[in-house]
Write a protein that binds this ligand. Structure first.
Ligand code: S3P
Length: 737
């Protein structure tokens, strides 16, 4: 489409319309520009600034013969202008406006210019500033700003496209919306804040010494009230024009403000903290959107590459972040408990933060996290509220599987969604047994997310023999069992992590563990407790392997969780000849923790005992690297579960190892890896955090650099990995984009 307008007129020479015309003049698509404004000075200044070529005596004269008519007058003046220009409009001329309210302009257009409706394109740039007038005109005002166009049923596609293109030429991004929706959204996001700012400043200016206000105005007052210096006349017009939507937004706000007033009056700390923590999270989220970053940064970003150079050895004594499994469970049980639960050592990774956000969305007041401290104001077993929308769980399979059980017994409907990786992971392993308990759960095709869980289901306890060794499935059923009538019991084919059982007991709930079977009865309550989350052995594993494979290394990892259901990595490395010392053992809040010292050793290939597989299930990416550096062949069997983790970890590791010169072959339930020299090269982590970290460790022993693609998801389980790895002696940097 060639865009060219010989004669353009702009009626009303303010900041918005003037800046648009100034930008269009630079782009060269508009010819002669005629202006009209009620104010002679503005017109003269606009000519002087080169925004318009000439000015005329009336809107009608300006519009006559113009191919494009831009209405940039105050909202309430638009009717009169439309009535004046409609009779003289040139055939085919496009008319567009920049008003902040669209419903009133639509009515005016229908009333005074109905014959021209196909050529009228209503628009609203979400830009501007508290400044106004010709002097503030700025051709770059709309760069990267949003413009909302609100086409009417009659609007001609060609006219709409032309206006869209004209905005894009000014650097703006165009979105389409209905008139009604536009007015509602703007009432809430723009008009209400302006009303509040005007009102607050006016109230304070009335009741206090002006001098005092301005002396202390550097703080909240200044930030909150900047927009109160906007044009009074313009805002008057907006409130008249958008009265009904503004009143709806205002009524909602007044209701909430009154509730907050009561919280303050009665010193209701939980209610106050609820409002403030939710608001802070929302505002932080919003700041990220404004700075064009993802919500749970950098989730889903495909753009992070690790570049790791070979290095000599690793050393140091440090703590890796908190255990992911324990962190998830601490939020879940703390939320359902009676009373306040304080957590320290909480993992501030995206996965556990997704769980935390889900409970905030269900009305739980959660303070933090701040340096690993989280305070949860428990709502009791039946205190969760329906979230305002689907719960987005990012990359986190643990969140989705455990929550599906916990939510199956609630009174409200809820939908669980996740990122691309989570969206292809199998959920029938939890949905099927939960349905047997009476849950109503729908999944997408082949048992994949999203999960739609119907509220109000009456759950009955069942006995379930787990078909696979999965702590997530076991935990999901036990959490559903809290809400079920009678006893729920689960028998597992091999021991899996038992954090749920231990933590439930820590919260005062009776869980009977008899060999491979865990059982509980529904209907009890949880009492708040304090939780000290140990460091995650799954994160520690990368440093255990790093120290083992590089000569002269000596690392001590402090306060690591050494729950017997998680120590497979220690057992397997020892079987391979690893030099690992576990000391300072103690129990913290029901979980064993210890310091672990690892020194380099000559590793040899082994056949990994199958009984160790569930005890090291998340550590195989790291163990594959140990096998690659060992003498001889390592054979893994009985590990088909690795194929349905955040990626198909058997395939991802085998492909990656082959890419860097190591001979490895996948089998349906494991792999065969032949230890040998690591060449260096490029590998794809497939967005799987543990694959990315495993190859970072492999690079220690490589002959040349390893580049690892798609590493952003390391933040799901190990925030600060790069920094810690560098401090230990791994030479790693990251490349964005
Ligand atoms: C987890 C259990 C394991 C593990 C996951 C965390 C848990 O999954 O791989 O990272 O916290 O219960 P499975 O239950 O699928 O084996």
């Amino acid at each position: 489409m060639t865009l060219s307008f010989n004669r353009v007129c702009i009626i009303g020479l303010g900041l918005i319309g003037g800046s648009w015309v100034a930008a269009l003049r630079q782009s060269g698509v508009i010819g002669h520009v005629v202006g009209f404004d009620r104010n002679l000075d503005s017109m003269q200044e606009a000519v002087k600034l080169g925004v318009i070529d000439e000015f005329v005596d009336s809107a009608a004269i300006a519009a006559q013969g113009s191919d494009l008519v831009i209405l940039s007058v105050p909202t309430l003046a638009i009717s009169a202008i439309l009535a004046e220009v409609a009779p003289v409009l040139k055939k085919g001329a496009i008319v567009t406006d920049v008003g902040s309210v669209k419903g009133s302009v639509e009515s005016a257009a229908r009333m005074y210019a109905s014959a021209h409706l196909p050529q009228i394109v209503l628009g609203h740039p979400i830009a501007g500033s508290e400044k106004s007038g010709v002097a503030a005109i700025d051709a770059s005002l709309f760069e990267r700003q949003k413009i909302i166009l609100t086409p009417l049923a009659e609007t001609n596609d060609q006219a709409l496209l032309s206006v869209q293109r004209l905005w894009e030429l000014a650097g703006a991004r165009v979105e389409l919306m209905s008139v009604e929706r536009h007015d509602q959204v703007l009432a809430a996001t723009s008009h209400l804040p302006h009303l509040l700012a005007f009102s607050l400043v006016d109230t304070l200016a009335h009741n206090h010494e002006n001098k005092e206000i301005f002396e202390y105005a550097a703080g909240g007052f200044r930030d909150f009230t900047r927009i109160a210096s906007s044009s009074p006349q313009m805002w008057h017009d907006i409130f008249v024009a958008n009265r009904s939507a503004v009143l709806d937004a205002l009524d909602l706000f007044v209701g909430e403000l009154n509730a907050l007033r009561n919280s303050v009056a009665f010193s209701d700390s939980t209610a106050m903290l609820g409002v403030f923590t939710r608001a802070k999270v929302a505002r932080d989220h919003f700041s990220k959107i404004l700075s064009k970053r993802a919500y749970v940064e950098p989730m889903n970003s495909k753009s992070l590459t690790y570049i790791v150079s070979p290095s000599e050895k690793v050393s140091g004594a440090f703590r890796v972040p908190g255990d992911k499994s324990v962190s998830h469970r601490s939020i879940m049980l703390g939320s359902l408990a009676e009373g306040v639960t304080e957590i320290s050592g909480f993992l501030e990774g995206e996965d556990s933060l997704a769980t935390l956000q889900a409970f905030r969305d269900m009305g739980v007041v959660i303070e933090g996290p701040h340096r690993g401290k989280v305070v949860i104001h428990g709502v009791g077993m039946h205190g969760l509220k329906q979230p305002p929308g689907p719960l987005y769980l990012g990359n986190s399979g643990t969140s989705m599987r455990l929550l599906s059980g916990l939510l199956a017994g609630q009174s409200f409907d809820v939908t669980l969604t996740g990122d691309d990786s989570l969206s292809v992971r199998p959920m029938n392993r939890v949905a099927d047994p939960l349905r047997t308990m009476g849950a109503e759960i729908e999944t997408a095709a082949q048992g994949r997310p999203p999960l739609m869980i119907k509220g109000g289901a009456k759950l009955k306890g069942i006995h379930y023999d787990l078909p696979m060794a999965s702590a997530q499935v076991k935990s999901s059923l036990l959490l559903a069992g809290l809400y079920a009538e009678g006893e729920t019991s689960v028998t597992e084919p091999a021991p899996t992590r038992d954090h749920s059982e231990r933590m439930l007991q820590g919260f005062g709930y009776d869980v009977l563990v008899d060999g491979p079977t865990a059982a509980l009865s529904g209907g009890g309550t949880l009492s708040a407790t304090n939780i000290d989350v140990p460091s995650d052995i799954s994160s520690a594993a990368f440093f255990m392997v790093a120290a083992s494979i590089s000569e002269g290394s000596d690392i001590t990892l402090q306060h690591v969780g050494v729950n017997p259901t998680r120590v497979g990595v220690i057992n397997i490395l020892r079987l391979m000849g690893g030099d690992i010392e576990v000391f300072n053992e103690k129990t913290v809040g029901g979980e064993p923790v210890a310091d672990i010292r690892i020194r380099s050793a000559k590793l040899k290939g082994i056949r990994i005992p199958e009984d160790q597989v569930p005890l090291a299930i998340d550590e195989f990416p790291a163990l594959f690297v140990a096998a690659a550096c060992a003498e001889g062949e390592t054979v893994l069997t009985g590990a088909e579960e690795l194929r349905v983790k955040e990626s198909d970890r058997i395939q991802a590791m085998v492909d990656g190892l082959n890419a860097i010169g190591v001979r490895a072959e996948g089998t349906p339930d494991g792999a065969v890896i032949l230890g040998g020299a690591i060449r260096g090269g490029e590998v794809d982590s497939l967005g799987d955090h543990r694959i990315a970290m495993a190859f970072t460790v492999a690079a220690l022993k490589a002959r040349s650099e390893i580049r690892i693609a798609d590493c952003a998801n390391v933040a799901t389980s190990f925030p600060g990995f790069i920094e810690l790895a560098s401090a230990a002696g791994i030479s790693v940097s990251q490349l964005e984009g």
